[in-house]
Ligand binder design. Structure first.
Ligand code: KG4
Ligand code: ZN
Length: 339
């Protein structure tokens, strides 16, 4: 139960990130630094993240990102190194794990491998001091799942998307309507000027359980676009209405499935959301409303800690170390690693 300062390293998707988090038992954890080097510009024009480009960019950016996170303090202040060991794009995960091993071996520090999803799932304990068990909805460009978080390394998946993640649907809708990337914020801005008057499906809404689906919605947007503009030129007002209708459909589905997940979860201390899509004002408000209906406290980490970052990995490392878990230099990078 000693004070711990942990260096967290994250390179599993398209952000190279590193952070220092300090925790003194009995006090709130402190994020000493949190550095994120994004790759948006590198992947622009490819219609998504290109794995080879991502891997090379991680390899190039990792050293400097870690150095920035240390802020000239040097490794003397660090008690352990935590690194995302999966799931994710293998090139980046390997680059991060190798660097972490090098630092740990070189400085004689403990090493702990972290599951990226566990990092997201434990973030509300870092930001809001939540106690177990709580329900977490993780909604981003790559993930969409309900997790009952019962302890460090103890999660139960209550349901999730059977196809696309909502962020992916926002991005595809934006591309279809000629809006800039990332699509989520662009669609949200348009939606604010429109009316949700266009009928779009609510996939799986009527089906039992907490599973979700978003790929049919994207097809429906494509069809609606064709109906509104048979000649190809979509009017500004129609585009705004289509964005509003799309956002309303996603919001309704997420809210209804959250209601069910809260019932399925049993007693929980809170309903927490994380992931880039949780930055959407309409979605956030609807989910907050669902928590209020159920009389459950609502927690949403600030957006920079909702999206991929190193602080969540450092914090998950601290939680793992407090449970007596650590890895050695045989720690493997795992492209697939379900919770
Ligand atoms: O968590 P994140 O940064 O990265 C991963 O996917 O892991 O999430 C990015 C996703 C993108 O698809 C982006 O379009 C979406 O989150 N997003 C939003 C908003 N801001 C970001 N979606 C809807 N509304 C927003 N305001
Ligand atoms: Zn993530």
């Amino acid at each position: 139960n000693a004070p711990l300062t942990v260096l967290g390293i994250e390179a599993s998707c398209d952000d190279t990130a590193a952070a220092l988090v300090r925790h003194v038992p009995g006090a709130a954890p402190v994020i000493l630094s949190n550095v994120v080097a994004g790759q948006d510009a590198l992947h622009e024009g490819f219609g998504g993240v290109v794995p080879e480009i991502a891997a090379r960019a991680h390899a190039e950016a990792l050293d400097l990102t870690v150095e920035k996170a240390l802020e000239g303090r040097g490794l003397r202040v660090v008690d352990a190194v935590a690194v995302t060991a999966g799931p994710g794009l293998i090139g980046g995960v390997v680059a991060g794990v190798m660097l972490a091993k090098g630092i740990a071996a070189g400085a004689g520090l403990p090493l702990v491998g972290v599951n990226h999803l566990a990092g997201h799932a434990l973030t509300p304990r870092l930001t809001d001091g939540l106690s177990f068990p709580y329900l977490m909805l993780l909604v981003s460009g790559g993930h969409c799942q309900f997790l009952l978080v019962r302890g460090e390394g103890d999660h139960r998946r209550l349901g999730g998307t059977i196809d696309d993640a909502p962020g992916e649907a926002f991005d595809k809708t934006a591309r279809l309507l000629g809006l800039p990337m990332p699509g989520g914020p662009a669609v949200e801005r348009e939606a604010a000027r429109g009316t949700p008057r266009i009928a779009l499906p609510r996939p799986l809404l009527g089906r039992e359980g907490c599973d979700l689906s978003f790929s049919g919605l994207k097809t429906a947007v494509l069809r609606a676009r064709g109906d509104l503009a048979p000649d190809g030129a979509l009017r500004e007002g129609d585009r705004a209405d289509l964005c509003a209708s799309f956002q309303a459909a996603v919001t309704e589905v997420l809210a209804e499935k959250s209601r069910r997940a809260l019932r399925a979860a049993g007693p929980v201390t809170a309903f927490a959301v994380a992931g880039g899509v949780a930055a959407n004002g309409a979605i956030r408000a609807a989910l907050e409303g669902v928590a209020a209906e159920a009389g459950t406290p609502f927690a949403a980490p600030p957006p920079p800690l909702c999206t991929d970052n190193g602080a969540m990995i450092a914090w998950a490392g601290i939680e793992a170390l407090r449970q007596g878990r650590r890895d050695d230099l045989t720690l493997a990078a795992r492209p697939r690693w379900p919770l």
